[in-house]
Design a protein around this ligand. Structure first.
Ligand code: ASP
Length: 332
């Protein structure tokens, strides 16, 4: 029996057409499917046009909408393909990994660097590959399929603005490759017999990227407005000694705010305990550290776990509970 796949359209370059004001999403899911007629030999597809947005305009409310669409249709389909803009797809993939945990059915996100109507486009290959993956029995959970790579939803990052090879799996291997339409799977994500759905997200999560010489003002401003703040510091991590940033962070966590230290270096993650600029933060169990987790995953995980947490201890426990291999290194 052919698999039944729900194809959810949300916009992005893949669905864009030229307009006077620049590329704009205008093609619906049915129209996209019309460009890959051979998918009909593989599976039965039903289309759901959820949004028509550049992914720059996609945020937590839309992530909840996508999770709801999957939940409402979960029983009727064997897998899901979501077409999405590439710019924020890594955030959406991370968010869906928390909102729909341990799914036995594949939930595949894809998009393209060039619109599907262009002669030179990656859209058709990415779409076809995504339906292949959505029909694969061992492809559990949320993943991005792009340029022949299958990347776990919690591990993806957009690393190229223009090349077709736009996404990388950070600090974790690709779980599969797709070559000439064949899925070569290396890692089978674990799953439960039914997924665990969540339906709320805390928006007041912020991110500060340090620059050399930055004073404490930006940090103070953000700590005053966010329930949880991620600080992308340098190298394995730390804060400048001057300017009172260490004190700002300690008093924010004492007052109940969540602070997560991470690094702005893409690969290998943080290790705050190494240098004197980071050690006091590493030794303060109220300050969290992202280690090998991507910033995209840390943002989405905080948004997901805050509504589920009553105490700082709940936040810490959930943050360090791995979800879909989002964190491999854990505090001792
Ligand atoms: N700006 C587009 C978007 O993210 C880029 C793309 O889809 O490639 O929607």
């Amino acid at each position: 029996m052919k698999k039944r796949i729900l194809f959810i359209g949300t916009g992005g370059t893949i669905a864009s057409e030229l307009s006077q004001g620049g590329l704009l999403p205008g093609l619906g899911a049915e129209a996209l499917l019309g460009y890959v007629p051979d998918v009909a030999a593989l599976c039965e597809v039903e289309c759901l046009q959820l949004y028509e947005l550049d992914s720059t305009d996609i945020g937590p409310e839309h992530w909840l909408g996508m999770a709801r669409a999957v939940r409402e249709n979960y029983g009727r389909f064997d897998g899901f393909v979501i077409s999405h803009g590439t710019d924020t797809m890594a955030y959406t993939a991370a968010a869906l990994s928390y909102l729909i945990r341990s799914s036995p059915k594949p939930i595949i996100l894809t998009g393209a660097q060039k619109p599907i109507g262009f002669d030179a486009t990656d859209s058709r290959t990415n779409l076809r590959d995504s339906f292949e993956c959505a029909c694969t029995d061992t492809m559990h959970g949320v993943a991005i399929v792009f340029n022949g790579r299958v990347i776990l939803g919690t591990r993806a990052r957009k690393t190229h603005t223009k090349s077709f090879d736009a996404f990388a799996s950070i600090n974790y291997p690709n779980i599969a490759d797709v070559r000439d339409g064949r899925v070569i799977q290396y890692i089978v994500p674990e799953c439960l017999s039914e997924p665990l759905f969540s339906d709320s997200l805390e928006h007041r999560v912020g991110l500060v990227k340090l620059i050399p010489g930055a004073g404490p003002g930006q940090l103070e401003f953000m700590l005053g407005r966010c329930r949880a703040l991620i600080i992308e510091s340098f190298g394995v991590g730390g804060l400048p000694h001057a300017g009172g940033m260490h004190e700002l962070v300690s008093s924010a966590v004492r007052e109940g705010r969540t602070v997560v230290m991470t690094t702005q270096v893409q690969n290998e993650g943080s290790d705050l305990a190494v240098y004197a600029t980071g050690r006091p933060l590493a030794e303060d169990s109220s300050v969290l550290e992202a280690y090998d987790m991507t910033t995209e995953a840390a943002v989405a995980k905080l948004m997901w776990l805050l509504p589920l947490s009553r105490t700082a201890e709940d936040v810490r426990r959930l943050f360090y509970t791995p979800v879909s291999h989002d964190i491999l290194t854990l505090p001792e």
